[in-house]
Write a protein that binds this ligand. Structure first.
Ligand code: DAH
Length: 349
């Protein structure tokens, strides 16, 4: 066997093995096999050990050939390493790629609270009748919440509302939106010279037992109309119109004589609910009717407190519970659902 045959053999074998090596790990193994590692000799080193046994004449040709093989294999390794790198990159990209044909995962969207949706519904109905929205504060003075509404200090009617008093004397969490009557008359009435037609939506607070029909925090929508010839018939007309839009004309309304210190005469307005189940009777206190508003003709004292001359001006006012009204519309038989933040309830709207 010619002395360089073993080198040719190694070259052929190595090139074949190299084209089969298809990963960085396989290339490293290949390098160890032919070029050796720190700990073991490679095939080329082994072949070089034959040098010592060669004649003086044979040695230069063997050495030259050995260098050639080294160079060929080193260049081949570099080229192959580059290819393998590209293939591996390609594979990792396609493994992590997005399959645009898969169905998407819908993001969970926020939504409006049923109470907010309902307030908007109520506001829209009144807006069509020409009412504007007037904002008035949730922290009120005792004077606005009671005194100016014809309930001076020690007036027994104050007990109609169980009140949250603030640490600061003279301030309360409003128990109803009615104090906004005084504020809107004073601001919009321009010293009793201009008519007023607004609604006042917002939260009210009562230190009361929580039941299926009463919460201690809920919305009210106050309404007030002041003009030259306003009568109880106007109040009735507005409420009948409201019910027509709220309930699609199918729900019966009832006006029941009542008492409020700030109206004379006073009424309460009920919607028909029914008495079929135990729950119906509980919600309606056995009557089949659910109260949704208090209302009446504004008391002369209150008109005067708003800056008007009660000889010249008259008006009606109402305070509606929009959650109560919505219970009838949506068939919700427990008012506590509104503020419990139970998604099973909230997601239905
Ligand atoms: N403020 C009363 C309440 O919360 C409801 C009410 C009754 C409002 C008569 C009015 C009214 O404007 O005229 O119980």
């Amino acid at each position: 066997m010619a002395s360089t045959d073993r080198l040719d053999q190694i070259e052929n074998e190595a090139l074949a093995a190299l084209s089969a090596a298809d990963s960085a790990v396989a290339l490293q193994t290949w390098q160890g096999t032919y070029f050796g590692t720190k700990r073991s000799k490679g095939a080329l080193d082994e072949a070089m050990s034959a040098l010592g046994g060669l004649s003086k004449e044979e040695r230069p040709a063997f050495g030259k050939r050995a260098n050639e093989v080294k160079q060929v294999l080193t260049a081949a390794l570099d080229a192959r390493a580059q290819q393998v790198k590209e293939v591996e990159l390609e594979a990792s990209i396609s493994a992590g790629a997005i399959d645009v044909t898969l169905p998407g995962v819908p993001p969970t969207r926020g939504r409006l609270h049923p109470s907010t949706l309902n307030l908007r519904r109520v506001k829209n109905i009144f807006a069509r009748m020409g009412f504007e929205v007037y904002r008035s504060p949730e922290i009120e003075t005792d004077e606005h919440n009671f005194g100016l509404l014809n309930m001076p200090d020690e007036h027994p009617a104050r007990d109609m509302w169980d009140t949250f008093y603030l640490d600061q004397p003279g301030l309360v969490l409003r128990t109803h939106t009615s104090p906004g009557q005084i504020r809107s008359m004073r601001e919009l009435g321009a010293d009793g010279t201009q008519p007023v037609r607004v609604i006042l939506p917002g939260m009210v607070y009562r230190y009361e037992q929580v039941t299926a029909r009463s919460e201690m925090q809920f919305n009210q929508v106050e309404g007030i109309v002041v003009g030259r010839n306003i009568t109880l018939a106007d109040l009735k007309g507005v409420f009948v119109e409201f019910a027509k839009h709220m309930y699609g004309g199918k729900t019966q309304l009832r006006f029941r004589a009542s008492y409020f210190p700030f109206t004379e005469p006073s009424v309460e307005i009920d919607v028909y609910w029914g008495t079929a189940t135990e729950r119906d009777r509980m919600i309606t206190k056995g009557t089949g009717w659910l109260e949704i508003a208090g209302a009446g003709m504004i008391h002369p004292t209150v008109l005067r407190n708003g800056g008007y001359d009660p000889e010249q001006w008259s008006g009606f006012a109402f305070g509606m519970g929009p959650e109560r009204a919505a219970m009838r519309l949506l068939g919700i038989n427990d008012i506590r659902y509104f503020w419990q933040n139970d998604l099973r309830f909230l997601e239905q709207f």
